[in-house]
Design a protein around this ligand. Structure first.
Ligand code: NOJ
Ligand code: CA
Length: 686
């Protein structure tokens, strides 16, 4: 009914050339136009056109509550305000140093027109050249002092004519393994319930990514396909019944759609960062990007244990040897997992026995941090919680202070529990938190979202940076809290160690265009031995392990393999030592979603450029252009590439070739990417 009405109005407008609705807002380049309005039933909606063609059809806005009438119809437009913004801001660390925030804004206040209520809702819409973002702003309301949100009704109805023959890359939302799935590649009309970011490529080549920005004190949003190409928000559940509980005035996270003509625009967009609040931590020079090794692959590949006993990985002796290796090769940090009491027995989804301050007897925390300090290396802390945030929060202040005092300035946190298995406390029942008082939450529910910020703030007090595993997804909060340096939140390299679960060669060139749009990932590249548990072969060539440092951005990058294995590959180790973890510029110079991705990135600390990336299972011959180089300068390029016979399928995955060439802007370089292969180059000006 509404669609028909709108279509009729559209025809009318087109034929009589009446100017756009008052509720339109256009991107600075004029290509994207968003309309915010109410329909005949008083349902608030938005729609998006690109180059005059429908992209997002009329999509409803609204909410359901557990204890109040829905906010879904009977709205009238009460007021609108407009703004324009153009600013360059600087990142303390990142894929690029300067970010431009250029957008036009329209905010519309919708007022309920009913006898029983005077509730209002403002929708703030920002339109950029690379996409749109909008959020809801709830004012203080006498009619509804507490918003107990049962569901958010925000729709993303991709216009059927735009969606036809389009593809989507997505992982299931709400399933047990959180975000740790291999990506589905399906027609848009075959998506089920998906986590965001979800990536789509339309038949005309337009690339879209649906996600959110500034997820604070709210539940994470999944996207549920209603029918055809119409999606609706679905919030992660909560033990409280209402999925989100907020008192007084509040704003929701931004709902975002990246829009681009091709893959590079999608990957290079800073949309979500631009929608986050600026740094609130002040001087963050203590957040230092860098590379690290760790007592880790030994446990992942089942040779050592986190638990105490004969095969205990985290011993003082071994840690000192790792510190020696780090010092010799210039790694900033050494991660040590399993150093603290609580790993014996079943910690998965339990975490009741963890102490975050008490070490196992064969690990002397003070001695290793003293030793590290002398050698100019940092110990990297580890807080695995087994998903028990009650136990962790009780010790949080002491645990972070201990690390801060000892100069441990990065901590890896972990929440190993199935989705919906975060152990917390019922806020309405006083301590002790046992029996009925214990409740279970989601990794991306409101309670866990609050938890992550508590951890970040406590860490910041002690000048500690956080790398969360089994986290909530990234929504650009590193801008506001620059000590949130990385997270996992996808299938990492660790799966390659486990035969039946290994990531195939498609995984990384898919991650680049999906999960990585949300922010840095601690993927843990650099398994140069190319074997996992019981020498299970990793589906990667040697060159691809190096290419990962360019394809998967993180300000903290691991060289995940055993030191002996790293040392056994001196030429590859030389690349890992050289490659920066902090950039002044980053560009995708070649690639296609799910197929391959080659980046050019410029070192933040020098004039050097690095080029490289990853391939899927299909052999490819590429000609790379060096358009990004500075005019008139000559560079010596060292190349690590797949050997002529390399393939991930056999022992020839170890086949690597080296090259040194001279390049200038305007030159090109032909290179073959092996099946499951990759590439790495270092370009130093002469
Ligand atoms: C899973 C994490 O992804 C992994 O890196 C970590 O070693 C284990 N949990 C133990 O905390
Ligand atoms: Ca994990």
């Amino acid at each position: 009914m509404r669609a028909a009405l709108k279509a009729a109005v559209g025809v009318l407008l087109a034929s009589s050339a009446v100017p756009a609705f008052a509720g339109d807002v256009t991107s600075p380049d004029g290509r994207t136009v968003v309309t915010l309005d109410v329909d005949g039933d008083g349902v608030a909606f938005y729609r998006v056109t690109r180059d005059g063609k429908p992209l997002i059809a009329d999509s409803d806005l609204g909410f359901l509550f557990t204890d109040a009438e829905p906010m879904r119809r009977n709205f009238t437009v009460e007021a609108e305000t407009r703004a324009t913004h153009d600013e360059n801001w600087e990142q303390p660390w990142g894929e690029r140093r300067f970010v431009r925030d250029h957008h036009n804004e329209l905010s519309v206040t919708f007022r309920e027109a009913r006898d029983t209520s005077t509730r209002a809702l403002t929708v703030r819409m920002r339109v950029f050249d690379d996409g749109i973002g909008f959020r809801y702003e709830f004012p203080e309301s006498a009619d509804m002092p507490v918003a107990n949100i049962a569901e958010e009704l925000t729709e993303f109805a991709i216009a059927p004519e735009a969606a036809a023959d389009g593809k989507a890359w997505w992982i299931p939302g709400g399933d047990f393994n959180r975000y740790e799935y291999l990506y589905n590649e399906t027609p848009i009309e075959e998506v089920g319930i998906a986590h965001t970011p979800i990536t789509m490529r339309l038949a005309d080549g337009t690339h879209l990514s649906f996600h959110e920005a500034a997820l604070v004190d709210y539940s994470g949003m999944w996207l549920r396909r209603m029918e055809g190409s119409r999606f609706r928000a679905m919030l992660a559940p909560s033990s409280r019944g209402a999925k989100v509980v907020r008192e007084g005035a509040f704003t929701t996270p931004w709902r975002t759609i990246r829009i681009s003509d091709g893959p590079a625009g999608l990957v290079e967009s800073d949309l979500e960062l631009n929608l986050n609040e600026p740094n609130t931590l002040g001087d963050v020079s203590w957040v230092e990007p860098g590379k690290y090794i760790g007592i880790w692959w030994g446990m992942i590949s089942n040779r050592w244990t986190w638990a105490s006993g004969e095969r205990h990985g985290a011993t003082t002796e071994r840690t000192k040897r790792y510190i020696d290796f780090a010092a010799e090769h210039g790694f900033r940090g050494v991660l040590v997992e399993g150093w603290n009491v609580g790993w014996d027995g079943n910690w998965f989804g339990n975490g009741r026995d963890y102490s975050f301050t008490e070490a196992y007897p064969d690990f002397d925390l003070k001695a290793v941090t003293d030793y590290a300090r002398k050698k100019g290396v940092r110990l990297i802390g580890h807080h695995e919680t087994g998903g028990n945030i009650k136990v962790y929060e009780d010790q949080l202040a002491a645990a972070m202070k201990l690390y801060g005092d000892l100069g441990v300035d990065w901590v890896k946190t972990g929440y190993v529990a199935d989705a919906g298995g975060i152990t917390s406390c019922n806020a309405d029942i006083a301590d002790p938190c046992v029996g009925d008082a214990e409740v279970f939450e989601w990794h991306d529910g409101q309670r866990q979202v609050q938890h992550h910020l508590r951890v970040l703030q406590e860490a910041a007090k002690n000048h500690v940076a956080v790398n969360a595993h089994e986290p909530v997804k990234d929504t650009g909060l590193r801008r506001t809290y620059p000590n949130w340096v990385a997270r996992e939140g996808a299938r990492g390299q660790e799966y390659n160690a486990w035969a039946p679960f290994a990531n195939g060669p498609d995984h990384e060139p898919t991650l680049v265009y999906t999960r990585l749009l949300s922010g840095p990932m601690d993927y843990t590249p650099g398994v140069l031995g190319l074997v996992g548990d019981q020498d299970y072969p990793i589906a990667s060539t040697l060159a691809k392990q190096l290419g990962l440092y360019l394809a998967i951005y993180s300000p903290i990058q691991m060289a995940a393999d055993f030191p002996e294995s790293l040392a056994a590959h001196p030429r590859e180790l030389a690349f890992i030592k050289a490659v920066p973890a902090d950039w002044s510029e980053s560009r995708l110079i070649a690639g296609a979603v799910g197929d391959y991705a080659i980046f050019a990135r410029k070192d933040r600390a020098s004039e050097d450029w690095y080029v490289g990336g990853v391939n899927d299972a299909t052999e490819r011959n590429l000609t790379l252009d060096f358009d990004f180089l500075e005019e008139g300068r000559t560079y010596t390029a060292k190349v690590w590439k797949d050997g002529p016979n390399a393939t991930y399928l056999t022992e020839r995955r170890h086949d690597i070739a080296y090259d040194t060439v001279t390049v200038r802007k305007g030159d090109s370089y032909a290179v073959r990417l092996a099946p499951g292969g990759g590439l790495a180059m270092q370009l130093v000006p002469r």
